[in-house]
Design a protein around this ligand. Structure first.
Ligand code: NAD
Length: 483
């Protein structure tokens, strides 16, 4: 099966030119569904990052920098329209590159288009304000781009994360240098080619593929970068923030999670069930906002566990292009990590697992696994597993639920399932999370909804209009003209 590529993945994209990386190296691209090599990507290094930052800086002072906000918005909207014409190709590329089941990969491509439309429409709607001040003064604020922005993204939702971070940065007039994850570069390059076709001026977006510790570290430490948007692990996020601190530049950190769904005994269990399970197994659990903890009020614990177990038994596992419920994990390494967690689950009860379809040998498969009998301080209830594993934990009352829900280092998202309106409000206030869902989970992805974490889930907000404030800086102008 050949990949539908309209770009050469062995090249980096700098200043509107596709060129070989400075050091000439390549890295293999593996299909996680069978372990076979499907392409090679360029191994960009610090020299390519230098060239990309230089090109981005130059773009700020040429065609890109001279565009009005409305013109920038039009370009973004055109990119979105072009993305929509390539949904099936983008989905196929992503399915082969990261093992994402086709339907889920398609949804990512649609979300990428939606981010471009949303930020295209918003580009000329972010305004400053006038401030009443001393007699004889007129004071106003200007929202200005940071300048060159660095974007370091992970492999689990490349299209969505590029859409939300690069889309918002471009809308505000920044010039971007994107370093995709080494395991997931193909849709980033595809996106760059579509952006170029849509008329994005040279240098406004530059893409350097390569290893995190080479190209990624060079970008994070680069003195010409004025803002860094990082999505990934807590460990690397800490390195990024440290590097940014040396240059005193702001960072947005979108890190991991251990997000709970809290189910009370008055909840509509029929409505909750698909959300409870899907939020744990979507993208094989490799989702920052995966719901890996299901907290259930004791009165309905056994009933809900049995119903979730029934659902787990219907889950299929197989190659991404066959569109199973659960595809492979991204890599052999990720499979080892998840298997290591499951090895620590010997004292727990396996309530149910999914079933393997005819998945090829060499693929990185782990059966979706539902665990019960888990105490809140067990490693599987505390650490981000990043695999299709959910734990079910009973609780007694609201205070108990809050103690358990807030009892990890993370705070990305949380949901509450109850018909009691007052309880919904109380719980939403008390939960430590950047997003709280009431009687749903994820709210359909929510391009429009500000997203980000508290605690070790990170800081700063992306998505929605809020991201545009993060990707800009505020200048206050105080004019004295006399009374
Ligand atoms: P990772 O931290 O290993 O890698 C993320 C990116 O950082 C990649 O592009 C990688 O090349 C780069 N990188 C690695 N080492 C680097 C270094 N020393 N300097 C600079 N860059 C470096 O994360 P991952 O394994 O790709 O992704 C999984 C993690 O991402 C999980 O913890 C998950 O929760 C998190 N995540 C968070 C969100 C969110 O929005 N909060 C979304 C998706 C993923």
């Amino acid at each position: 099966m050949t990949l539908p590529l309209w770009f050469d993945p062995e090249l980096v994209f700098i200043n509107g030119v596709w060129r070989a990386p400075d050091a000439g190296g390549v890295l293999p691209v593996e299909d996680p569904s069978d372990g076979g090599q499907i392409a090679q990507i360029a191994r960009g290094t610090s020299a390519d990052i230098d060239a990309a930052v230089e090109a981005a800086e130059a773009a700020l002072h040429s065609d890109w920098g001279r565009m009005t906000a409305t013109e920038r918005g039009r370009v973004l909207t055109r990119i979105g329209q072009l993305v929509l014409t390539r949904i099936d190709d983008l989905a196929m590329i992503e399915a082969r590159d990261v093992g994402k089941p086709l339907t889920q990969a398609r949804n990512d491509a649609i979300a990428l288009a939606r981010y471009m439309e949303f930020y295209g429409g918003a580009a000329d709607k972010i305004m400053g304000e006038t401030i009443p001040y001393l007699d004889g003064y007129t004071v106003y604020t200007l929202r200005e781009p940071h300048g060159v922005t660095g974007h370091i993204v992970p492999w689990n939702y490349p299209m969505q994360i590029i859409g939300r971070s690069v889309g918002a940065a471009l809308a505000m007039g920044n010039a971007c240098v994107l370093k995709p994850a080494e395991e997931a570069c193909l849709t980033a390059l595809a996106f760059a080619a579509l952006a170029q076709e849509a008329g994005l001026p040279d240098g406004a977006l530059n893409v350097v593929t390569g290893l995190g510790e080479e190209a990624g570290a060079a970008l994070a430490a680069h003195k010409g970068v004025r803002h860094i948007s990082f999505t990934g692990s807590v460990g690397v996020g800490t390195l990024i923030q440290t590097a940014a601190a040396r240059n005193v530049v702001p960072v947005t950190l979108e890190l991991g999670g251990k997000s709970p769904q809290v189910v009370f005994d008055d909840a509509d269990l029929d409505a909750a069930l698909p959300f409870l399970v899907n939020a744990g197994i979507q993208n094989a659990g490799q989702t920052c906002s995966a719901s890996s903890r299901i907290l259930v009020q004791r009165e309905v614990h056994d009933t809900l566990l049995a119903r979730m177990a029934e659902r787990y038994k219907t889950l299929t596992v197989g190659r991404a292009v066959d569109d199973p419920s659960v595809g492979p994990l991204i890599s052999a390494r990720q499979k080892d990590i998840v298997s290591g967690f499951l090895a620590k689950a010997q004292d727990l009860t396996i309530a149910a697992q999914g079933r393997m379809q005819d998945a090829p040998r060499g693929g990185h498969y782990v059966l979706p696994t539902l665990l019960s009998g888990v105490s809140p301080d067990h490693p599987l209830a505390q650490d981000e597993i990043f695999g299709p594993v959910q734990v079910v934990i009973p609780f007694d009352d609201e205070d108990d639920a809050i103690r358990i829900a807030n009892g990890t280092d993370f705070g990305l998202v949380a949901s509450i399932w109850t018909r009691d309106g007052a309880r919904q409000m109380r719980m939403a206030k008390r939960l430590h999370a950047g997003q709280v869902f009431i009687n749903n989970y994820g709210a359909g992805g929510g391009v429009e909804l500000p997203f980000g974490g508290v605690g070790k889930s990170g800081h700063g907000r992306e998505k929605g209009l809020e991201a545009l404030y993060g990707f800009s800086t505020l200048k206050t102008v105080a004019a004295y003209h006399g009374g």
